[in-house]
Design a protein around this ligand. Structure first.
Ligand SMILES: Nc1ncnc2c1ncn2[C@@H]1O[C@H](COP(=O)(O)OP(=O)(O)OP(=O)(O)O)[C@@H](O)[C@H]1O
Ligand SMILES: [Mg+2]
Length: 160
């Protein structure tokens, strides 16, 4: 099950993230973020954190691999696997499943290395760069929990 939503500027991406935050705030979610450098993986994450009332400054975890935010409506784990070597990826893959359970939000940038290796319930979010300000957001559910989230996103009839 999937849904495509076009955002024509950063403000629309913020509105989409606001809807998404409202939907997942009671359940949590595990999200793999795909898209080229500058697509908007971190931008989307920052807005979701904003609407989950995160008080800390949300920054890209490119260099630290993982940022944790504990001041929001639920615990948030933001990974960026871009700089990990094979050995580190294998270690993280084994640990990621723990981050898919319970009422927490996990967002993983550059998870392509581990796409086949994470069989648990998750949402794949592909962000397609179309031009300087336009992005297509494609959410695909894998698993019952994620399907319910995508269903709720569909019910909101978001279109810009
Ligand atoms: N509609 C839009 N949605 C998201 N970002 C947008 C949009 N329009 C412009 N941008 C800009 O695109 C950039 C996205 O950068 P961001 O750091 O989020 O990318 P990224 O996918 O995390 O890249 P990286 O792979 O380097 O981590 C930001 O500068 C943001 O302001
Ligand atoms: Mg990023």
């Amino acid at each position: 099950m999937s849904i495509n939503i076009m955002c024509h500027n950063l403000e629309e991406t913020e509105q989409l993230a606001h809807h998404f935050a409202n939907i997942i705030k009671d359940t949590g979610a595990f999200i793999c973020l795909f898209g080229e450098v500058g697509a908007g993986k971190t931008a989307f994450t920052k807005f979701v954190c904003k609407y989950l009332n995160v008080k800390e400054k949300v920054t890209s975890p490119s260099f630290v691999i993982l940022n944790e935010y504990k001041t929001g409506l639920l615990p948030i784990y933001h990974f960026d696997l871009y700089r990990l070597e094979n050995e580190g990826i294998n270690t993280i893959i084994n640990e990621l499943e723990e981050y898919s359970e319970g009422k927490i939000l996990t967002l993983v940038e550059w998870a392509e290395f581990s796409q086949n290796a994470v069989p648990f319930d998750k949402i794949d979010l592909n962000i397609v760069y179309l031009d300087e300000n336009t992005r297509e957001f494609i959410f695909t559910a894998n698993g019952t929990k994620s399907e319910n989230i995508i269903k709720r996103l569909k019910d909101e009839n978001i279109s810009f």
